[in-house]
Design a protein around this ligand. Structure first.
Ligand SMILES: Cc1ncc(COP(=O)(O)O)c(C=O)c1O
Length: 456
């Protein structure tokens, strides 16, 4: 298995040929899922004592299995938060794998971690965080939010009167599900400011004031959102930042999706107050064109993250030795062994320059505004709210929730598009509506028109 022989070289060529073919295909086939029994019937036993051979396994993957997946970079994949990694980043993902770099410690991964840190400096510069702020790449927004919440909780527990207490975090109902899920992981309670629109500092103040003294002592952090997943809404970061300072609370901003917009010279001003954050989540695998998976967590004071996350063990002591000194990404987030997952971003940034990133992010915003105009002109549909960042929430007049579901499945079955419905609170009631999220600069006006036409 580890020998270099003819078969291995042939397989490498096949893999490279496939990768190049996939990368240069403008509109990859939009696959659809099959159930497990169907897939098993199509491919048979693949894990056997003697192996089925690379050629057969790869053919099964290319001919059957890949067709049961949806390419996230399809120009008419506008569901959830899609992705559209640059070709450079995808190719460098192959290089990252081939290079077998351990990304936890400088001692082993210095060259790779150096590249990640160059990309991280750019990310930090977009946020306006002060000198000394820094961060690390994580597996995604969930892991970044968790790493931040652990850091915040450990910081709060430095005060001996908070030890042994169960913490409380306040966020809004528009916050991503991962905030609530990660609160479970660290066993803290979550209180919600009930709004899917912008969480204001006034509403937050009211929530804090409503707490009884015990609850108030348990409150250690506020999680604001810099671009909600559902509708691209940015909380009042400026006011919330000030309030957190007054109330001595950790201020985390989840900009996993919206953070990409910091690369846009025009949209950046929407994030006023971000510079007051103690920690910020930004996912390059969402709107900064990295392949999965690549999230990032940035800290105002990285030392606090180090206090919370650095691991100790006799086998790790060498990393404290002068000869091994350097930046150790594993000290700042929840994971020890890690892929240098910021490398594809670094290569793509280095190759293309940051201006192209600004352009590509602006294109997502432009597409959202364009979709807004097309919806306004079309008598069958109407905007639920004005487009925000690259999200558009709209309704098809006269449709029930079942109609939206049928429409989604039909488009996917026909290999045409993946656009899923969501629910949005309108006048106090949740309504099923349609939603676009634009990430891919290759999406065209015609794609949007065709999707709207599929609602007729
Ligand atoms: C605002 C926000 N936070 C967190 C996440 C979770 O990120 P991930 O799926 O990378 O863990 C998402 C995912 O869509 C998100 O939109």
């Amino acid at each position: 298995m580890h020998k270099v022989d003819f078969e291995m070289v042939e397989m490498t060529l096949d893999v490279m040929k496939y990768a190049i073919g996939r990368l240069t295909h403008p509109s990859p086939e939009l696959g659809k899922p099959k159930n497990e029994a169907e897939l098993k019937a199509l491919v048979g036993e693949t894990i056997t004592p003697l192996g089925i051979g690379g050629e057969k396994a790869f053919n099964l993957f290319k001919d059957v299995l890949i067709k049961a997946t949806v390419p996230i970079d399809h120009p008419r994949h506008l569901a959830f938060v899609p992705a559209s990694p640059t070709k450079a980043a995808v190719m460098f993902d192959l290089v990252t794998s081939a290079s077998s770099i351990h990304g936890a410690y400088w001692m082993e991964g210095a060259g790779g971690i150096f590249c990640e840190n160059e990309a991280m400096k750019w990310l930090v510069s977009l946020t306006g965080l002060p000198e000394g702020a820094f961060g690390v790449f994580t597996s995604g927004g969930t892991a970044a939010n968790l790493s931040a919440m652990v850091t915040a909780r450990e910081f709060w527990r430095k005060d001996p009167s908070n030890r042994g207490k169960k913490g409380i975090v306040i966020t809004s109902s528009g916050a991503h599900s991962s905030v609530k899920a990660m609160a479970k992981v660290i066993d803290c309670d979550v209180l919600l400011v009930e709004t899917e629109e912008e969480m204001t500092s006034k509403a937050l103040k009211e929530k804090i004031t409503s707490l009884d003294p015990q609850e108030r002592q348990r409150l250690f952090a506020v999680v604001a959102t810099g671009g909600t997943t559902n509708a691209g809404i940015i909380d009042d970061l400026f006011g919330i930042g000030d309030l957190c300072q007054e109330e001595n609370l950790w201020f985390h901003v989840d900009a996993a999706y919206g953070g990409g917009a910091l690369a846009s010279k025009t949209a950046r001003s929407l994030f006023k107050g971000l510079e007051k954050a103690d920690s910020i989540t930004i996912d390059p695998h969402k709107w900064l064109f990295s392949p999965y998976d690549c999230g990032a967590i940035l800290y105002r004071e990285p030392e606090l993250a180090k206090e919370a996350h650095s691991q100790e063990g006799s086998y790790l002591e060498i990393f404290n030795d002068d000869g091994a000194r350097g930046f150790n990404p594993s000290d700042y987030q929840i994971q020890l062994t890690r892929r240098v997952r910021g490398l594809p971003l670094w290569f793509s940034l280095a190759m293309h320059g940051t201006d192209k990133y600004s352009w590509a992010v602006d294109r997502g915003i432009e597409l959202a505004n364009l979709a807004g105009e097309l919806i306004t002109k079309n008598p069958l549909v109407e905007l639920v709210r004005e487009p925000s960042l690259s999200c558009v929430v709209f309704r098809r007049l006269g449709w029930s929730s079942e109609d939206y579901t049928k429409w989604t499945y039909k488009n996917q079955r026909e290999g045409f598009a993946l656009v899923t419905p969501t629910k949005f609170k309108v006048q106090g009631e949740y309504e099923t509506v349609a939603r676009f999220c634009f990430i891919n600069p290759a999406t065209t006006e015609e794609d949007i028109s065709m999707i709207l036409a599929s609602m007729e």
